[in-house]
Design a binder for this molecule. Structure first.
Ligand code: SF4
Length: 405
């Protein structure tokens, strides 16, 4: 559904955003810019991050679709809220819409093309071909890109400030976060949290959510987060919680725990850290990138040595997954409408590829979004990927994800 259809559908009905955190407030601002008046919020915890927000109702205040149209504006609890709406007799795209369905495009802006770690499942650690350039995005370039997106994209409530680089290495990150907030665009960060020189200023700039990527504790951690130091990360997580409490209590912090065959035993330790600090814990089966190498492998080329050993440590056997993909190919892909903007402004053809041959000819500043749309529709890479069913490769791993707290 596009934003104009939503505006028409919700006309003359009360409209509620379910999810009153900063994410919901940012979505409300974006909806209002498009003429969708918001009556209020619904939220289980009855709180909001801004004083001038409308009334906040408890979920029990909404009994049926007659009570109002709902826009689900919680990123982390979208499915839970959708289940509650269905139980109240709501119908998708008639009485409610999911935030994730409202966005025609998702944007991932890799503000740092550099990472100090060399994780074996990440292209920054394992890729042997010709890579995209490894640079740091300047604040000026980021502002130009965001301004362009705001002008051209119908509904731009949020952008993700990372792809495979480490955003906290970019000294301009605090300015980038603050500029985004000034423009009414919510932002999320993911970090390995090994280097926190710019952390305090970043939290002060108020990002909407902050993800910490982990895979084990002690020596185990540095096998899969290669080059990282667990003691430092454990201490930095406590510091992150302190800075959140001090500067930005509404910031959602999520620990993304990558499960391998040999690190499930460390999960209780991570769960205790999360509980103590008020972090969400999201364990999920680790998978391997980049997709260009996996497609080559599915087509019969050998896996490079840099990926062979780690492939044995994954919870799922990649040969079995590739075989399943081949047998159950489909045309849809959840990543097709994600535009990844590399740190130098170039655009990758797919969020999961890393080879420099898979960037678009034009960069984000020299092509319009509708031009990118046309180029994306003609991607040979996607046709090749779908013919092997590899567009479903990651779904096999993500279906192992479970939210613990
Ligand atoms: S079809 Fe394959 S190559 Fe295309 S966006 Fe999806 S995962 Fe990437």
């Amino acid at each position: 559904m596009d934003i104009h259809a939503l505006a028409a559908m919700s006309r003359n009905r009360p409209v509620y955003c379910w999810g009153a955190g900063r994410y919901g407030v940012m979505a409300m601002d974006a909806l209002r810019r498009h003429g969708v008046g918001i009556t209020g919020f619904i939220d289980k915890t009855i709180r909001s991050s801004r004083d001038d927000t409308n009334k906040i109702l408890a979920p029990e205040a909404i009994d049926s679709p007659a009570d109002g149209f709902v826009v689900v504006t919680s990123m982390f609890f979208e499915h839970e809220i959708e289940s509650a709406l269905l139980a109240k007799g709501y119908t998708n795209e008639r009485d409610y819409v999911l935030y994730s369905n409202l966005k025609r495009w998702s944007f991932e802006i890799d503000v740092s093309g550099i990472c100090q770690l060399k994780c074996p499942t990440c292209p920054n650690g394992n890729f042997t071909g010709r890579k995209l350039s490894q640079t740091m995005m300047s604040f000026a370039l980021y502002c130009q890109i965001l301004d362009k997106l705001i002008t051209e994209v119908d509904f731009l409530p949020d952008v993700q400030l990372y792809s495979w680089g480490e955003p906290l290495l970019n000294p301009s990150l605090p300015d980038i976060v603050a500029y985004s907030a000034d423009q009414g665009v919510a932002v999320g960060i993911s970090s390995n949290l090994n280097d926190i020189r710019h952390l305090e200023r970043t939290v002060q700039a108020k990002p909407d959510w902050f993800r910490v990527s982990l895979s084990g504790t002690g020596n185990q951690y540095s096998l899969t987060h290669r080059g990282g130091n667990w003691d430092k990360v454990a201490s930095n997580m406590e510091q992150l919680a302190r800075l959140r409490d001090l500067h930005h209590p509404e910031m959602i912090i999520e620990v993304n725990y990558h499960l391998y065959r040999n690190n499930e035993k460390n999960l209780d330790e991570i769960a205790a850290i999360c509980e103590r600090n008020g972090f969400l814990l999201k364990p999920n089966a680790a998978y391997i990138d980049p997709l260009d190498t996996l497609i080559d492998y599915a087509e019969g080329k050998p896996l490079p040595d840099s990926m062979l050993e780690i492939a044995q440590s994954l919870i799922l056997d990649i040969d079995a997954v590739i075989q399943d993909c081949r047998l159950s190919s489909s045309d849809s892909c959840v990543r097709e409408n994600t535009i990844v903007i590399h740190s130098d402004g170039t655009i990758r053809q797919c969020p999961h590829v890393f080879g420099s041959q898979y960037k678009l000819e034009k960069n984000i500043l020299s092509s319009s979004i509708s031009e990118i749309d046309r180029l994306f529709l003609a991607r040979d890479l996607c046709a090749r990927c779908k013919s092997l069913g590899m567009n479903n490769f990651y779904a096999h791993f993500l279906s192992h994800t479970k939210l613990e707290s």
